[in-house]
Design a protein around this ligand. Structure first.
Ligand SMILES: *[C@@H]1O[C@H](CO)[C@@H](O)[C@H](O)[C@H]1NC(C)=O
Ligand SMILES: *[C@@H]1O[C@H](CO)[C@@H](O)[C@H](O)[C@H]1NC(C)=O
Length: 920
């Protein structure tokens, strides 16, 4: 939504440009553990495996690992560690390294995984000559070399696919008792460090972990969102590592490796030959270095010297401030496999309520009930569809969440009912900071029951946020999550109904006066009590859990929204902070961007990267949050947003109003057109998200996911695919009359049809597409079928029973396939077989609409209005519809020139399977 500093905004707006204040955020040099670990470049790893201790049992290998003093001839053991290697289903391995006997338990990230990962078989192949070899049931082998310790993961051809500790950067700093008189207030300091005016007391001392990962033969690595950099990650040797630390970065900058709101430590490596990945399961502040040896400017490494010259390999190094080494290795071997392997661990997004895939209209702020009514009515007056209106923080009684400003919003129930009557919903914001005000029930309950996060001394932590002096709920305490969830019950939040949904913002958490605008790392969180654990062992520090704080927040919100309707209705939640697993609870947007072309452009790589990291439901503030978008930028942003999963316009309180009808009529018409394109495809979007819930694959996907052997696609991140069917190349540059478009599938005879003209293009890589201000370059892949609804109404709910048009884009073999998902759009009845999931198959002999699950059905009143077949070479003479025992002859029209055959009014009911039979 927004950050501090209204005055700063005004000052900068006058100055004409926005810029992040880098001084507020640490560099690696200023972050003690990053500086310490990055400097560490040992020639040989100190870690070695004790071969006598290797045990393989079930799916797990355990062994003792020691650090040894390599300076001396004699082997002196310095520290003992416990290594665990687990084989998991679907070509995944897990490696954990913890101290064998830590002073107190080290934090293990709790919420990222969607339950315990499923075990695969693991067998010991051999233990000889200092190397232990094990294999999973698929036949992937792992070779563990004892001294120095390294782990090699082989692909099914027996070739090295992923290597751990090949560069000897494995580190687990042991917890140590504080020595008498030990200080060290510098940034190396084991017992405290400073940043600006903030002191971090580091009560546990140094406890960092680090590991290097090598991807032999990889061309590129991707992932570790959220950054504003390219999708394909760059070598970091010359600058800062990529940083993962959820932060509220005011006016974040482009092309940057700085941390912003989200942190998802998953990385993928890709080449035409194979795709692999690693998930660094750690919720502490993390920095990631990347060295791509194929890039020209890479300082040659030792290995380079040995092998003589350039090699194709990417090395990465993860460095975290605390936790244990816990890394999942994905052996692919294709992009789809690694993306699925990750969501198999961290979960998929459940089928969202359908309205949430339509258009959202937001602003900080819609001022009062009249404003809300007038905005909603204006959509109707201007014949522009919209599903959701949003209320930012000003709707509350002076920033007290779960309350309404009684003057501006005296009748919220009636306001919501008015929206519901036209199929619209309301989203209201609820932030995790709580106003410290006597008499505010939430503050009093939290104070009385000890629900707040504590400071380093065990007192309630007080920070500064929108309400002024605030404290922060400690969701890690199950009592707090339960209490918070209950606040979302209708009886506890009067004015809300099932048509009111929620936006959890500022949940990094944002603390205006905290170090780096967040919570001090030595704040204390709840830890389940354990016998014999007191003192430092009786709480977690914020440092351990920081990146998953928001996850605990949205998890409690989701629970509350499920409970408020007895589990009947699907909640919609938007979150700003994100971590691995966020997709199970909420959609994500890219935070406080600006009305500038660069921010429009970066919305594409940012959301592709999120999608690859499990979070498909992603979008940017359409129009830009700060500043005012002139007509051309606004038009291009709506056109782009119409093809991004989360489609919401939003703006800063200080900016000029910009609802679509406030522009010149010509621009309003273009915005309307972009919105109508979105609504026409609403069932396609819905089907894509249903399919994501089945297969865990990105909805918005990089080109190389579908064309993994086509090298040109590896670095393209201004185009993307929706599912397998559509290729989008949004126009993100001002004043252009053409754009370069890349159509993948060279050599495979692939065809792409311009969705505006049905004109087929052979896949030949780059070509120049003419555009005007009305043109959005979108292509449908030959061989696919897309469902459309052409009668766009005020909201998606009002279109539920409207008829379908199917657009069939034929491939070179005159075939095409598509799918369609239909249910009630809002309940969980689909879990009880109340849905239709159908395949639509086109062959020269006819078209069949068949149910994938014959036990499921849904009484839709929709029917087939039209079938458009593009790329038809030899049109059939007659067509007849067969549904049940009815047969009907159908009319067809051939549009010569572009070879489009239209089957008119088939009239088939979508509630039952049907078939159209052609004769020639
Ligand atoms: C609801 O709609 C009615 C009819 O348009 C209107 O009179 C009333 O003021 C609306 N209520 C609210 C709270 O917006
Ligand atoms: C449909 O129901 C039958 C009988 O209960 C069952 O055997 C079959 O597996 C079900 N099919 C699917 C796709 O669930």
């Amino acid at each position: 939504m927004k950050t501090l500093g209204l005055l700063l905004v005004i000052a900068l707006a006058l100055a004409g440009s926005l810029a992040v204040d880098r001084n507020n955020f640490k560099t690696c040099e200023q972050s003690g553990f990053c500086k310490r670990l990055r400097a560490l470049k040992p020639e040989k790893s100190q870690y070695s495996l004790n071969l006598d201790t290797v045990i393989v049992h079930g799916n797990v290998l355990t062994a003792e690992v020691n650090t040894v003093d390599t300076e001396t001839e004699k082997r002196i053991v310095l520290w003992n560690y416990a290594l665990k290697l687990s084989a998991l289903v679907d070509g995944t391995f897990r490696v954990e390294l913890d101290e064998a006997d830590p002073l107190y338990p080290r934090y293990r990230t709790m919420l990222a995984l969607d339950g315990e990962p499923k075990a695969d078989g693991l067998k010991l192949v051999s233990n000889e000559k200092g190397v232990v070899t094990v294999a999973n049931s698929q036949g992937h082998k792992v070779l563990i070399t004892a001294e120095p310790l390294r782990l090699e993961f082989l692909d099914l051809d027996g070739q090295l696919a992923v290597l751990l500790n090949g560069n000897s950067q494995l580190v687990v700093e042991p917890l140590k008792v504080k020595e008498e008189g030990e200080e060290g207030d510098d940034n190396e300091g084991a017992r405290g460090e400073n940043f600006k005016s903030h002191h971090d007391s580091k009560p546990r001392g140094n406890e960092a972990v680090s590991l290097d990962v090598s991807f032999p033969e990889a061309d590129h690595v991707y992932g570790i969102p959220e950054h504003t950099d390219k999708f394909s990650l760059r070598t970091t040797t010359a600058g800062e590592p990529y940083r993962l630390y959820n932060l509220d970065v005011f006016e974040y900058e482009l092309d940057s490796r700085m941390a912003i709101y989200g942190a998802i430590p998953v990385m993928y490596a890709h080449s035409a030959k194979r795709t692999t990945g690693v998930f660094w399961h750690n919720s502490a502040e993390t920095w990631v270095d990347v060295v791509n040896h194929a890039e020209g400017n890479v300082v040659s490494s030792l290995v380079n010297l040995v092998t003589g010259g350039q090699k194709k390999q990417v090395d990465a190094r993860f460095m975290s401030e605390s936790g244990i080494v816990d890394v999942f290795v994905f052996l692919g071997s294709r992009p789809k496999d690694v993306f699925r392997q990750f969501t198999r661990l961290t979960g998929v997004a459940p089928v969202p309520p359908k309205f949430s895939l339509a258009y959202h209209q937001s602003r900080w702020n819609y001022n009062d009930e009249n404003d809300v009514r007038s905005v909603s009515e204006n959509f109707d007056a201007h014949d522009i569809p919209a599903d959701v209106l949003w209320l930012d923080i000003e709707y509350t009684d002076r920033k007290k969440y779960f309350t309404w400003d009684a003057e501006k919003f005296p009748n919220p129930l009636e306001m919501v009912a008015n929206l519901s009557a036209v199929g619209r919903k309301l989203v209201v914001i609820i932030d995790p900071h709580i106003k410290r005000e006597a008499g505010y029930f939430l503050h009093e309950d939290a104070t009385d029951n000890g629900y707040y996060v504590q400071d380093k001394d065990g007192k309630v932590y007080e920070g500064w946020c929108w309400p002024g002096s605030s404290s922060y709920l400690d969701f890690f305490d199950p009592r707090v999550s339960k209490y918070y969830a209950e606040r979302y019950l209708f009886e506890n939040f009067p004015g809300t109904t099932k048509d009111v949904h929620h936006w959890n913002d500022m949940n990094e958490p944002s603390v205006f006066n905290g170090p780096e605008i967040t919570m001090p790392k030595d704040c204390r969180h709840y830890k389940p009590p354990q016998d014999g654990h007191d003192g430092l062992a009786s709480f977690w520090e914020h440092r351990h859990v920081h990146n998953e704080y928001g996850l605990w927040n949205i998890r409690a919100t989701q629970q509350g929204m499920l409970d408020r309707a007895s589990g009947q209705y699907r909640p919609f939640i938007l979150t700003r902070s994100a971590f691995a697993g966020t997709q199970r609870y909420a959609a994500v947007w890219t935070g406080d961007n600006a009305a500038e072309w660069g921010f429009l452009a970066v919305s594409v790589p940012m959301c592709i990267s999120m999608a690859a990291a499990g979070i498909s439901f992603c979008g940017s503030d359409v129009g830009g949050f700060f500043k005012y978008p002139e007509a051309e930028l606004m038009t291009r942003w709506y056109q782009a947003g119409a093809y991004q999963p989360f489609f919401r316009a939003h703006s800063h309180i200080e900016t000029k109003r910009r609802e679509p009808w406030l522009y010149e009529p010509a621009t309003t018409a273009l915005l309307r057109d972009a919105l109508r394109r979105r609504y026409a495809l609403i069932d396609y979007w819905y089907t894509l998200f249903y399919e994501h819930s089945l297969d865990g694959l990105p909805v918005m996907r990089p080109l190389f996911q579908e064309f993994p052997e086509e090298e040109d696609t590896f670095t393209i991140d201004d185009h993307y695919l929706l599912g397998e069917e559509l290729l989008i190349r949004p126009v993100v540059e001002p004043g252009v009359s053409s754009v370069r478009v890349y159509l993948p599938g060279k050599g495979a005879g692939a065809l792409w049809y311009d969705v505006d003209s049905y004109q087929p293009h052979a896949a030949n890589g780059y070509f120049t597409q003419d555009v005007n201000i009305a043109k959005i370059p979108v292509y449908q892949r030959g061989g696919t079928i897309i469902p459309r609804k052409e009668r766009v109404r005020r909201s998606s709910a009002l279109m539920a029973n409207d008829p379908y048009t199917f657009v069939v884009a034929l491939d070179a073999d005159n075939k095409a396939h598509g799918s369609l998902y239909i249910d009630d759009g809002e309940t969980y009845d689909h879990k009880n077989n109340k849905y239709i999931y159908a395949h639509i198959d086109y062959e020269p002999s006819g078209i069949t609409y068949s149910f994938v699950n014959e036990n499921a059905s849904y009484p839709t009143r929709s029917w087939v209005e039209r079938i458009v077949i593009a790329g038809i070479q030899a049109p059939p003479k007659t067509a007849k519809l067969v549904q049940g025992d009815k047969q009907t002859a159908l009319q067809m029209t051939l549009h010569k020139g572009n070879d489009v055959l239209v089957v008119r009014k088939p009239g088939a009911s979508m509630a039952q399977p049907w078939k159209i039979v052609f004769s020639y």
